[in-house]
Design a protein around this ligand. Structure first.
Ligand SMILES: Cc1ncc(COP(=O)(O)O)c(C=O)c1O
Length: 663
């Protein structure tokens, strides 16, 4: 009891100090060694903690709550070394950018530097922990009990045939152990979860302010797909790239391509960024350009969503729409046009995502390591459809380097030339398709074919339907190309049929960009991308029985006698009068008979002289319900038009039959 209250008192003391060194050991011998350590020399005094100033590197500071109010603070100098009072350790971080070999020293504390949301952070594995208070009114130590293992070990299914364990990067700050809980939660019943508890994530997000929005790019969540995978034993997870500030995976390359151009001296303050983009890369570039003060011009094919162009303009970019239906080498092709604009300006770059090595490279350094870390190295399949190929090539390469047994699978829309090229190495002819951002009709150098083990071709219809299901059944509001990824991922998962495998795919962008397409039933219907059970006028016409042609009509110059003969022959009681495929009038058996009885001569008069006003016209795709309001005793029929042409007629009689279910 006394020990506990002393501990609590010291804990409070630790919180109150501004400068704290940390000494950590794995065993008691280490502890005593640490307790004997000298205070830091004045010249190497750690930076003062100011909670309003986010961690900057260099010098860097690691800070984390460990127990109740206790905060661990760890100081790192500009070379990545822990400052003297913090005992240091070497553990390969797996991140070439920050080589933790620099952290040479006693292996008392495991330390791995990395970047999270652009901010350098450190992962510390402590057991037990001692705090030393430095240079203030009081000195003391606090020893925490050993952390329970689950805090450091995500619970995963045991691998069927475990691959050779590669060294694991630990780029994420792991949460401190929950010392208030007994260590009984080590293994959960649901052994397929990547993280033990997805409702209350282990790693608190956004605990520090950011200097600008660019620092929030990357480290997107990995989310399990649950509903659309029903009946499939292999777990499927998806990297939710729509969490990036620009709503897509392309934020990663937007920032990276600009910073690479800056480093190479190709882009100087006030410069111009030009790109041929279907939207998302433009958003990524525009966000970075807005923060950094560059001008942007984007060229974009006209098949792309209006929302995307509006969004780019909202972010301050200029957008030039080019025709989709031109060959890739045509000057009006969006890439050719973008290049020409950049070439015509000074201090301008063409970002060139299809041919820029920075594109796959940034996925090699971010997306791949994140997936590896988030699955604790248990990923067995990575599924992603290439557009430029940057994502699948970069992340796929990283994952294969970590574990050569990982299979990289590319989804591809029907109509893209990629799958054929992968097989034959010949550039075939593409066909138009509707999903945006993926597939292609040219061969980009950012697509590294050797990384991809397998291709899965997915139709527009399946992709759109899957995107809509993901929104409705998983709460994941995504674009059509994500539908390709998930359809392909489910195909892989189904074939693998292995609860110990782990498929990862990509939720590439937000569905908000496709409200007028993927999420617009009219557009889907127009493009035959929806299974529509709703009764339409066209269906009513098609359901008509008998041998009569779909449209029996007379010309205005035909005689009344001919019109009556036609009605008798086909057993109909009214006829439209058409001229140049346009309804100019209508005649009915009842009206003609009535007049002919009084004036027999009228039988030889042209229909034009006696006809009534024309029937109304309805579109073939209009719902049948429209006819119920339109047709009446005085309006007994309507003409049916498809693609501007009158193709049929529906009558009250047809409608009554349909409503009564008579066929
Ligand atoms: C909208 C969208 N953009 C881009 C990509 C892939 O990007 P890239 O191959 O250009 O890296 C995907 C892949 O799923 C996507 O759906």
């Amino acid at each position: 009891m006394a020990e506990a209250s002393e501990r609590r008192r010291l804990v409070k003391t630790v919180i109150g100090v501004a400068l704290i060194g940390i000494v950590a050991c794995r065993g008691s011998s280490r502890q005593s060694e640490a307790q004997g350590a000298a205070p830091p020399p004045e010249s190497e005094a750690p930076v003062a903690l100011n909670p309003d100033v986010p961690i900057a590197y260099p010098p860097a500071l690691f800070e984390r709550k460990v127990e109740g109010d206790v905060t661990l603070r760890l100081f790192v100098d500009s070379t990545g070394k822990l400052i003297p009072e913090s005992t240091r350790v070497a553990e390969p971080s797996g991140y070439p950018a920050l080589d933790s070999a620099a952290l040479a020293g006693a292996p008392a504390l495991k330390f791995a530097p990395a970047k999270r949301h652009g901010i350098p952070v450190a992962t510390v594995f402590l057991q037990p922990v001692e705090f030393r208070q430095v240079g203030t009114t009081r000195t003391g130590t606090v020893t925490l009990p050993p952390p329970p293992a689950p805090a450091l070990t995500p619970v995963l299914p045991p691998a069927a045939a475990p691959p050779p364990a590669p060294p694991r990067p630990r780029p994420v700050v792991r949460p401190p152990p929950d010392t208030t809980r007994a260590d009984t939660t080590r293994v959960r019943a649901d052994t397929t979860r990547v993280r033990p508890d997805t409702t209350h994530p282990e790693v608190p997000q956004h605990t520090k302010p950011y200097q600008n929005v660019l620092e929030t790019i990357g480290w997107t969540p990995l989310i399990r797909i649950n509903a659309v995978t029903r009946g499939i034993r292999t777990p499927v997870y998806a990297k939710a790239e729509f969490f990036n500030p620009g709503g897509s995976v392309k934020d990663r390359i937007g920032l990276a391509m600009i910073e690479a151009a800056e480093r190479a001296g190709k882009l100087r303050p006030g410069g111009l960024i030009v790109e041929a983009t279907s939207g998302n890369t433009g958003v990524g570039l525009a966000i970075a350009a807005a923060v950094k003060g560059y001008r942007c011009i984007f060229t974009m094919p006209d098949k792309m969503s209006q929302e995307k162009a509006r969004l780019l303009r909202a972010l301050g970019a200029e957008v030039i729409i080019t025709p989709t239906a031109v060959p890739p080498d045509h000057p009006d092709n969006y890439i050719m046009k973008g290049r020409a604009i950049a070439a015509a300006h000074d201090n301008a770059i063409f970002a060139d995502q299809h041919y820029n090595p920075v594109n796959p490279d940034v996925h090699y350094h971010t997306t791949g390591p994140e997936i590896w870390e988030q699955t604790d190295g248990k990923v067995t399949h990575f599924v992603c459809a290439p557009g430029t190929g940057g994502t699948v090539s970069g992340a796929g390469k990283f994952l294969k380097e970590k574990n050569p047994q990982i299979r990289v699978v590319a989804g591809d829309p029907v109509g893209s030339i990629y799958t054929g090229y992968a097989r034959t190495h010949k550039k075939g002819d593409g066909q138009p398709y509707k999903v945006e951002g993926i597939g292609g009709d040219k061969i980009p150098t950012s697509l590294h074919w050797d990384v991809i083990d397998e291709w899965v071709v997915v139709s527009d219809k399946d992709a759109m339907q899957m995107a809509r299901r993901l929104s409705k059944e998983e709460g994941l509001f995504v674009g059509g190309s994500t539908g390709v990824n998930v359809v392909a991922a489910l195909d892989v998962a189904r074939r693998s049929d292995d609860p110990t495998a782990l498929v990862v795919t990509v939720l590439a962008d937000t569905g908000e960009r496709y409200l007028s397409k993927v999420y617009n039933e009219e557009w889907l219907r127009e493009n035959q991308l929806i299974d529509d059970s709703r009764p339409t006028v066209a269906r009513l016409v098609a359901a008509k029985t008998g041998d009569a042609p779909p449209l029996i009509h007379v010309a205005p110059e035909a005689s009344v006698r001919q019109a009556l003969n036609l009605m008798t022959t086909y057993n109909v009681s009214q006829l439209p009068v058409l001229e140049d495929n346009d309804g100019v009038g209508a005649v009915s058996e009842q009206a003609l008979m009535a007049r002919a009885i009084g004036q027999p001569k009228i039988l030889d008069s042209p229909v034009r002289d006696v006809m009534d006003p024309p029937f109304p016209v309805v579109d073939a795709e209009a719902p049948v319900s429209l006819l119920t309001t339109l047709l009446s005793r005085t309006t007994p029929a309507a003409l049916v038009r498809r693609n501007g042409k009158v193709v049929g007629i529906v009558t009250r009689y047809d409608l009554l039959h349909q409503l009564a279910g008579i066929h």
